[in-house]
Design a binder for this molecule. Sequence first.
Ligand code: C2E
Ligand code: MG
Ligand code: MG
Length: 619
Amino acid sequence: MTALPADQSSFFQLVAEMSNSLVQSSSAGLDHAINDALAKIGAYFNADRSYLFQFDASLCFADNTHEWCAPLVSAQKDLLQRLPVSIFSYWIGSFEQGQYIQIDDIAELDKNSAEYQLLASQQIRSVLMLPLLTQSSLTGMFGVDLVRHHYTWCAGEIAALQLISGNICGALMRQRAERKAESLALYDQLTALANRQLTLDRLQQAIANCGRQQQYAAVLFIDVDNFKQFNDSYGYAEGDLLLRHVSHTIQHSLRQGDTLGRFAADEFVVILEQLSETSQNAISAVKAVAEKIMQQVQQQYQRQHICYHASISIGISLFNDASYSADMLITQADMAMFQAKAAGRNALHFFDPLLQANATSRTVLDNELRQAIAGQQFVLYYQLQLDAQGQLVGAEALIRWQHPQRGVVNPGDFIGYAEQSGLIVAIGDIVLQQACRQLQQWQQDSRTAGLTVAVNISARQFRQADFVSRVIKILQESGAKASGLTLELTESMLISDIDDVRDKMQQLSALGLEFSLDDFGTGYSSLAYLKKLPLNQLKIDRGFVRDILTDSNDEAIARMIIALGTALGLSVLAEGIETPEQLQKLKQLGCQQFQGYLLGKPQPVEHINSALLAMPVYK
Ligand code: C2E
Ligand code: MG
Ligand code: MG
């Protein structure tokens, strides 16, 4: 550590006081102690903001929990909630190794780097960020931003700030531990799962979430088969051990974020949220989870002289709005569980007879989809995309299935299954063929020659080894120029085998094709990857647009995506715009392209062609 100049000894005095107050603060007084420390540090460095972010346990989200701002600097805290941690991904690796990030002058950074762009877009000149690190994990970060001037932190100052971040981290961990102890009353002693009361609270919460998210969720009521006989044969102590074993097994079959509670002796309740927007996909998802649990539980349970194959019966009730009560859902799932028992145990049953019928009709869907492929029952609808001046820039092709009996079926009801079964590869080819033919026709007419056509590509389709050659062949057959074709990929495709993804994208972008990242913000993109891929556009998911005027988190995320797009040189398109106010807000935030019911619903091409001649202009 270099020696501090004499006038910095007052800084050490300050640090000692802050450290004392952090270490001694009670759980309830901790927020005050942290805010006080941030204010003192900010004022000492004549900084513009000093702040704390806390990360969730799985390092997915960051919340700005505490901040201090200099006079006249506007507070950001409310806008910076539940941000994807990937926003800091350039720095996370360093933080995890206990290293801090010190940038005295951002002009020293490579101007093309995402780090530079991110900092420059906020006019930051100097920044210091320190990790909040416990022995086992990264829990957050503590930072100081300077906008009006530069600052060069000396080693002594940094060491003192590291001490403070250690104190903050320790105090936060102590606070978390105390809170955990308080909530112990809500957990079952035998299995450490949520008890009946907490499970019901969580279900209540899930019902409220479901009303907001407009996605299906499910309650699974699980009962261990023949548990009484097991208890009678081996005694209660062994019965307890079996219940613990079953609870672990169920827990391991679930995703993080799913809730498992112990409801009564041998009864467990699982809550699965955000299954899907469509009942068909929600049924498949919940069925897959229930079958996995049943299969795992059935594996041999071996303990000394006991060798037992446990089994369970599961009753399921599905819900998709906030009108349900927790008691009603539990009762329904419980009734369905009895039907599963009546069907011979080791079975699952849906409460709703219609859903039960659906769950067994997958084979029907499979047959019908095969006929649809052979019988050319798919058509494309197009949805217009406009720029900020109201000029038309392109259209997204959205598949519809013209079912001989059911009429027009939306993709939500079959794409999920097509993907699972592999039929998406054939369907994807049909979509590309039709879209390229349409593109070629528009390219022939001077009024529409500049339009792009965006086509959704599913993960399984993109992973095919011959994906690139298929696209090239289809383009050639259609006679369309590649430069008008945009392929929409989703974030989840970029997670595995990034080299293969990049290779394919590079080969196609060399031909003039463009790439757009659909539903951006809903997955966990690594910014480091985004930089390396030949992307042209980010699409802000309509989930963030819906409440952009009322939910400050959604606004913050949209703002971040636009800043990120600018930093990476990508255009940003917002989808799902339904009102002029949403459009106005997105324009204000700097978004450049727009799509949504306000500007046009997805429609058959004939309607689109007539709409093209009578385009309304939204300014
Ligand atoms: P996506 O690619 O995100 O498409 C946008 C979806 O949002 C479309 O639903 C569109 O109708 C809907 N939408 C557009 N504007 C608004 C609005 O203002 N409000 C609301 N509430 N919704 C709006 P759609 O056509 O049902 O398609 C759903 C999803 O199905 C698509 O989401 C895409 O992921 C998938 N999909 C559609 N066509 C294809 C295809 O040809 N291939 C593949 N693999 N997937 C497709
Ligand atoms: Mg799309
Ligand atoms: Mg989308």
